[in-house]
Design a protein around this ligand. Sequence first.
Ligand SMILES: [Zn+2]
Length: 224
Amino acid sequence: MKTNKQIILFLTFMLLIILSLTIYHTVKANQEESLLFVYLDPGHGGFDGGATSIDKSMCEKDINLKVCFYLKNYLEKTNIVVKMTRNKDVALSKSKKEDIHKRVELINKSNCDIYLTIHANAYPSSSVRGFQTFYSSNKQQNEYLAKTIQTSLQMLDKENKRLSKVITGKYVLDNTTKIGCLVEIGFLTNEIDLQKLTDDTYLEKMAFQIYLGILNYIEESRQI
Ligand SMILES: [Zn+2]
C-alpha cells in the first residue's frame, strides 16, 4: 500500500512538472511572437570587400558591419529581436552570386517583420555624396519604411536633399518577401563622406538615426 501511495505521489509530482513546463513554454512562445524582429544584412564580407575608397584603404564591408552592430545594440535595448546575415568579416558563400542568394534565403526563411540591407557607395565622380535609401515596389510598406529612415537620417546632414527612391535590379530588394529597404550610408569615393564613414562616432549616430526611423515606422504602422 505504501508503495502504491508513493507511486501516486510521484506521478502527481511529475504531472505537475510537465504542466508547469508546458505553461511556461506557451507563455514564452507568445511573448516571443509579440516581439518585433529585425533582420540586418551588412553588405559584402570576406573576399568581397564591396566599394572602396579611392586610395583603397577603406572597404565598404567593414563599415557596413560596424553600422549594423551599433544598430543591433540600439534595437536590442528596446527589446527588438535582431538577427544579422553575418556578424564577422565573412562571405556567406564562395561566390558573390551564391552569397547574395544565401542572404535572401536567410531573410525569407525567417519570420522577421523588417529587414535592412546596409551598404556604402562608390561613384566615378568624387563630388557625388550623401546617404540614400532605396526600396522595391513589390511591397507597399517598403516605400514608407525607406522614406521614414531617409527622413530620420536627414537629421545628420540637412544639406542632403536626396529622397528615398524606388529601384529595380537589386537582387536582395527584388527577391525578398519581407518588408525592407536598402540603406546606402554614403560614398567612399567622396572626401567628406569618407571622413565621416571612417569616424566611429558618426557611424553610431547614423545607426541611431536609422533606429529612430525604424521606431517611427513601427509607431505609424500600428496606427494604420
Ligand atoms: Zn555594397
